[in-house]
Design a protein around this ligand. Structure first.
Ligand code: 1GP
Length: 226
């Protein structure tokens, strides 16, 4: 199943505890895929441990690569973020160049997709790490997305509000400006209502934190999009 047809994704954090019962519920929730990734304390060991628990679940499992040392063979798909509004070139192209130095010979474009991130919650860890400029006007946010899609021709864009629900007008305007782009939205989705709100404009909704805080809320996000 290609990522373009994913409507709903659960993002699992290798550095967070998930018991068997919860994992079983997620596997049978009707979600389209699992995305494994996180910002804090993610390494090859905990990434592999989590991957081993979901690899035979019958769902696509993708890795969001946040550092080259975390790359593990065997995933169905790999996403490589490039943060369009990062404050340092490291997170736009620097880490990527170092990853290609090490792993370039393994590169297979059929299984690797660049995601043009717009990091828009200034309080999120990812915003601090990437020194992202989050105080963008609506027009500026759209312009960054347009650069990612039209100029860099990225195969997907990711509107990232990790930790809180974002501004639906930003998601809506980017959708209207870029009807052909594949839009991921993530941040603060905690139940049916927020899933529907952002799902009206984004192609793929990513649900993360709520898995660990309110499993019933997390499960409700899947049904809301069906
Ligand atoms: C994080 O966009 C995802 O990278 C999901 O965000 O954890 O706030 O659901 P939440």
């Amino acid at each position: 199943m290609k990522f373009q047809s994913w409507r709903h994704v659960f993002k699992l954090d290798p550095n967070k505890h998930l018991d068997e019962e919860a994992l079983h519920a997620l596997i049978h929730s009707g979600t389209d895929a699992f995305l494994i990734g996180g910002t804090d304390g993610v390494n090859a060991e905990n990434t592999f441990a989590l991957f081993a628990r979901v690899r035979d679940a019958g769902l696509p499992v993708a890795l969001e690569i946040s550092q080259p040392s975390q790359v593990i063979d065997g995933f169905d798909h790999y996403f490589v973020p490039t943060v369009l509004n990062a404050g340092t070139p490291e997170w736009i192209v620097g880490h990527h160049a170092r990853a290609f130095e090490r792993y370039g010979h393994f590169f297979d474009s059929r299984h690797v997709t660049a995601q043009g991130y717009l990091v828009l919650n200034p309080d999120a860890k990812v915003a601090h790490v990437t020194e992202s400029r989050c105080d963008l006007s609506l027009e500026e946010a759209v312009a960054y997305a347009e650069v990612g899609h039209h100029l860099f021709r990225l195969p997907s864009l990711y509107i990232e509000y990790s930790g809180r629900l974002g501004d639906v007008d930003v998601v809506k305007e980017i959708r209207l400006s870029l009807p052909q782009a594949h839009l991921f939205y993530g941040g603060g989705i905690d139940g049916a209502e927020s899933a529907q709100l952002m799902g009206a404009y984004a192609d793929t909704i990513v649900v993360g934190n709520i898995i660990y805080e309110d499993l019933a809320g997390a499960l409700a996000t899947v049904q809301a999009l069906r």
